[in-house]
Design a binder for this molecule. Structure first.
Ligand SMILES: [Zn+2]
Length: 58
């Protein structure tokens, strides 16, 4: 079942680490209880095609 919560919109930014602490916590809590978002976060897939611009620094 697709997730249409506002937190999902923030998932891309959460994965990129560009949220402030309050938003990051909010998304983290949502992901913890939302199978759909947790799965997408685990796959690094958020439905946004702009993620190509994000270069991961490890
Ligand atoms: Zn969700």
């Amino acid at each position: 079942m697709p997730c249409s919560s506002p937190e999902r919109e923030l998932l891309t930014f959460w994965l990129a680490g560009s949220l402030d602490a309050g938003e990051a916590e909010r998304v983290a809590r949502h992901v913890a209880m939302c199978d759909s978002c947790r799965s997408d976060a685990a796959n690094g897939r958020t439905g946004a095609s702009s993620s190509k611009d994000y270069e991961r620094c490890t």
